[in-house]
Design a protein around this ligand. Structure first.
Ligand SMILES: Cc1cc2nc3c(=O)[nH]c(=O)nc-3n(C[C@H](O)[C@H](O)[C@H](O)COP(=O)(O)OP(=O)(O)OC[C@H]3O[C@@H](n4cnc5c(N)ncnc54)[C@H](O)[C@@H]3O)c2cc1C
Length: 485
């Protein structure tokens, strides 16, 4: 059987692509674990959109400023000018966003947006609501608990993937393959991402010689509660600061104003770096102070955060929450054109966080990623339907491989990888440590390890290689000279 479309990933990008593919097409979506184990499900703050025609230029400006003008302007324009219509299509199909008492859509403001233009659903559960909505809309087959372990490509044509499902390696063939497999969070010790997000597909691309770009550009979210034992850490959405929460030290001093005139509303790279620097200088613990909210307001506006923290023994908003920056989002990914087409390939597409469209530049503007997933998934499907590309399976001659996914020593090495990435390839980097890290990672990748760890290492190596090659401090991280001990 040859599918018309094979979609790897059931987050916003994968599910929204499926939504635009007619019901009479043969479509298969695959994902690791359950469909809701994805970053989309955990998104809190909302979805940015140009409110109307007159807001497009301002949304573009804000996106470019946050991205330190490293963005691809044409792509930013494409996203912003399609935003309103894409959101309206969602609403027309039944997606419900929060409204004001007069029935109009309620927009909130987030860091580095010059106006309130972020839509949210069920308070701070935007991702969950959007994901449930898209899952309900899905008319196509989904296979969960499947891990894609290879892409079947030959002579610039993608024939599908190899995946592990029910303990068997299976080949799935498709005329069009869409990669929507998300970012790389699990290669960092502290991160906000779902545990399914570990950059496997980016690793396969490195192996296949498919170009990745901007891999060194990662975003670290400034307000994350990292004191849990779980790998995924609890995020405290930017909207909290947008609506008045303050970042303070042990004495209650709101120090961000010393770093940037926008203080709490400065872009998140600036806030993360300021926190990192302040801790280094003062050794103070840092907190998010929510005392500007009343309990009633807080519970209504941020119900999920409220309940999650109650479960962990906090009384919000009166208790201050200890915070730290943590890895959050990957600006880099598989290099694609404006129709999501992977370079040098006729029928392989990438959308959402796995793709590097150039829309975010060196730093993503808050709430632009759900929008990117929605807009480009739609454009990719519409364009690919025009292409009508068909594979000729007779031409695919690569033999099937056997993989050992995990080996006994992988767990320990994986922890080492995550700790090393956090320590040396985080917010503040220096070239000497990066080079040492590169050697270390290359050595581990030559050991007798399972395929999944090997793929993570390939991605980590590509990140460090780009970090070594790009010696200027732009956007989300900062290159510093190594301090003499
Ligand atoms: C806590 C948190 C809060 C956020 N808040 C916001 C916000 O408010 N607004 C905003 O715009 N953005 C937010 N983001 C970012 C945004 O959620 C993500 O960038 C976006 O959801 C990514 O969507 P996606 O479809 O590309 O990938 P994901 O939603 O991460 O989905 C990836 C899918 O790929 C599958 N997959 C991965 N590897 C494989 C494999 N090897 N084989 C098979 N399947 C695979 C996974 O199982 C999953 O189904 C947030 C992110 C986090 C983590």
């Amino acid at each position: 059987m040859i599918y018309d479309y094979l979609i790897v990933g059931c987050g916003v990008a994968g599910l929204n692509a499926a939504r635009y593919i007619p019901a009479d097409k043969k479509v298969l979506l695959v994902c690791k674990k359950s469909p809701w184990q994805c970053n989309t499900f955990f998104a809190q703050g909302g979805i940015a959109t140009a409110i109307d025609e007159s807001d497009i230029n301002s949304h573009i400006d804000d996106t470019l400023q946050a991205g330190v003008f490293q963005n691809d302007i044409d792509i930013v324009r494409t996203m912003s000018s399609h935003s309103r219509q894409t959101i309206d299509e969602l609403i027309d199909d039944g997606m419900e966003f929060d409204k004001n008492p007069d029935g109009s859509l309620a927009y909130t403001k987030e860091a580095a947006h010059s106006k309130s233009r972020v839509l949210h659903a069920n308070g701070d559960a935007t991702g969950r609501q959007l994901h449930l909505f898209l899952l309900k809309q899905c008319r196509h087959e989904i296979i969960d608990n499947s891990i894609v372990v290879d892409i079947l490509s030959q002579d610039g044509i993608c024939y599908g993937v190899e995946l592990l499902c029910d303990n068997h390696i299976k080949r799935v063939f498709a005329h069009n393959t869409i990669l929507a497999s998300g970012g790389v969070g699990s290669i960092y010790q502290y991160h906000t991402n779902s545990t399914t997000i570990s950059g496997d597909i980016q690793g396969i691309c490195v192996e296949k010689g498919i170009t990745l770009a901007d891999m060194h550009l990662m975003q670290f979210h400034p307000t994350v509660y990292v004191e849990q034992t779980t790998a995924q850490k609890q995020l405290l959405t930017e909207a909290l600061r947008g609506e008045g929460a303050k970042i303070v030290d042990e004495d209650g001093y709101a120090f961000l104003r010393d770093y940037h005139s926008s203080a709490e509303l400065a872009p998140r790279d600036i806030v993360s770096r300021a926190i990192f620097d302040y801790i280094k200088k003062t050794e103070s613990k840092i907190y998010l102070d929510l005392s500007n909210f009343t309990k009633k307001q807080f519970k209504r506006r941020f119900p999920n955060i409220y309940h999650n923290f109650v479960d962990m023994g906090y009384d919000l908003p009166s208790d201050k929450v200890p915070i730290s920056p943590a890895f959050h989002y990957s600006m880099g990914g598989i290099k694609v054109d404006k129709y999501g087409l992977v370079s040098d390939c006729k029928n392989l597409f990438a959308i959402g966080e796995v793709a590097r469209t150039g829309v975010h530049g060196a730093n993503r503007l808050a709430s632009n990623s759900l929008l990117e997933g929605l807009v480009f998934s739609k454009l990719v499907v519409l364009q690919s339907m025009k292409n009508q590309f068909h594979i000729d399976i007779e031409k695919f001659t690569n033999p099937q491989k056997d993989y050992i996914l995990q080996k006994p020593q992988d767990k320990k090495l994986k922890e080492k990888l995550r700790a090393t990435m956090w320590k040396h390839v985080g917010i503040i980097r220096n070239t000497e440590d990066l080079k040492e890290t590169l050697d270390k990672l290359q050595q581990i990748s030559n050991l007798d390890i399972g395929r999944l760890l090997y793929l993570r290492l390939l991605v980590a190596i590509s990140i460090v290689q780009e970090a070594v090659a790009n010696t200027s401090s732009i956007g989300a991280h900062f290159i510093q000279k190594k301090e003499k001990r």
